[in-house]
Design a protein around this ligand. Structure first.
Ligand SMILES: Nc1ncnc2c1ncn2[C@@H]1O[C@H](COP(=O)(O)OP(=O)(O)OP(=O)(O)O)[C@@H](O)[C@H]1O
Length: 277
């Protein structure tokens, strides 16, 4: 892999009592690219995400976020709130976590709460409507509207998020993460439960986030058609360790990946890998 990494994971280890969920894992995610973390169920992928995003404190190893200006943040030392706010790492979850009773627009406004609170002087200036707060609010609405347009949901802006189709909720969740203007976007199985048309639309959205906006993406995904189509680099885990990494083509042709990731039936394994080619 060439280019400067935005994320460097070095010898990451996470134990839960006697279970070693992740062991000595090292990999890097390149800036402005899509890096996928794949592997069979229980391989340790979500645990890695939880360590990167501060939901777990790793047992060992380092996780460095390299900022544009040369600064480095040691993510393993921060909690989830600081990682989102200071390091600008945003994430989505395996299960959709929108606010279902709030409108699509409101969900995108909530994501900008920190910036709005600052502009409101932590409420008082907002209450009396000072111009700086009004400007910040106008900017927040413009950003939210722009994202509703990008995900083709502008006409559903005032509908409750919980009433949207499943695929639309998935894309709204990604838009909400993007409204925090992250340096690194971490997506945990964004294609789970999507049909083929919705998966294609998700792939398009992620490619535009990388291409037009230049945002770096780290992705856990089981849907090989999505992984193989959009990833620049793939890291493969099994039983908590890295067993392979490389381009989609390199990973697809790797015998260890076929055997370990896709089970012992090689014919079936090859067919699944081909489905993503
Ligand atoms: N909080 C926890 N306490 C105890 N064990 C855990 C915890 N979280 C994960 N594990 C264990 O760590 C291992 C890795 O789990 P993890 O969820 O990270 O795998 P995964 O690759 O994300 O799997 P999947 O694709 O099914 O989501 C599993 O054996 C799991 O049971």
């Amino acid at each position: 892999m060439s280019g400067e990494p935005i994320l460097s994971v070095d010898r990451l280890t996470m134990r839960f009592g006697g279970i070693i969920a992740v062991q000595d894992l090292s990999f890097a995610a390149e800036r402005g690219k899509i890096t996928a973390l794949i592997g069979p169920n229980g391989a340790g992928k979500t645990t890695v995400f939880n360590c990167i995003t501060g939901f777990y404190k790793p047992t060992g190893g380092t996780i460095r976020l390299n900022h544009d200006d040369g600064r480095q943040t040691a993510l393993e030392r921060l909690n989830d709130f600081r990682i989102a706010k200071q390091a600008k790492v945003a994430r989505t979850f395996q299960n959709i976590r929108l606010f279902p009773g709030m409108t699509a627009l409101e969900n995108l406004m909530v994501a900008q709460h920190n910036a709005l609170m600052r502009a409101s002087g932590f409420t008082f200036l907002g209450l009396i409507g000072v111009p700086t707060y009004r400007d910040a609010e106008t900017r927040a609405i413009a950003l939210a509207t722009d994202w509703l347009k990008r995900i083709n949901l502008l006409d559903r802006a005032d509908d409750a998020a919980g009433n949207l189709a499943y695929g639309d909720q998935r894309r709204l969740e990604i838009a909400r993460a993007m409204c925090t203007e992250p340096a690194l976007l971490c997506l945990d199985e964004p294609a789970a439960g999507l049909n083929a048309r919705e998966s294609a639309s998700l792939s398009e959205l992620l490619q535009s986030i990388r291409g037009e906006l230049g945002t770096s993406i780290l992705l856990i995904e089981h849907d090989m058609s999505v992984v193989m189509e959009i990833s620049d680099h793939i890291v493969v885990m099994d039983h908590g360790v890295k067993i392979a990494q490389g381009s989609p083509r390199e990973v697809r042709d790797d015998a260890k990946v076929i055997a370990a990731y896709l089970g012992t039936d090689e014919e079936e394994a090859a067919a699944v890998m081909e489905s993503g080619s």
